[in-house]
Ligand binder design. Sequence first.
Ligand code: G4P
Length: 192
Amino acid sequence: MKKLINRIKTDGRVVSDGVLKVDSFLNHQVDPQLTAEMGKAFASYFGNRKITKVLTLESSGIPPAFTAAMELGVPMVFAKKQKPMTMKEDVWVERVFSFTKQIENEIHIGKAFLAASDRVLIIDDFLAHGEAALGLASIVKQAGAEVVGIGIVIEKAFQEGGEKLRNAGFDVLSLARIKSLTNQQVRFIDEE
Ligand code: G4P
């Protein structure tokens, strides 16, 4: 997505060889117009798959998942990292390890919001090691539902998440694919 790539070029900051800071439009402040275009791009690619639900993980996955769900005309569900006290027994739980943050999160989805008949599009902001997407896909499978695609805003293609998901048979669309972050410079795959 050209607009997203341009925005990363102007506003993204390379924090280290492995981490890109995009707080001004994706991870802290959110750009609604750009996020709406992300939703359109996901809906245009995955739109013919009879999707019934868009699934993401709080917090930064929520805006792009919301605009994709809006375009597709289906509900959006976000997995919660803390089990709310209003969620009793009927909850799917999966452990997700974050290599970037070096912490393990438990993610929770109320069973009422994922049915065996659901055709699910998973959306997330970053794809690094693929753990978040695999954790969400595992819950979809436990529910007897089907993952029909995975949409990612920024894929760090130099880490193994994309390969892991594609090798597992998932159709992954990433709106921006980063080849490297070395020498304080963002290099994109599609621009090679
Ligand atoms: P994975 O899910 O692909 O395995 O990725 P990983 O565990 O390594 O990433 C965990 C968290 O770190 C995620 O946020 C992800 O969005 C974020 N992250 C990974 N790489 C980058 C990066 O280069 N830049 C930025 N800004 N974030 C990155 P999270 O814990 O779910 O936090 P949030 O959604 O509440 O913001």
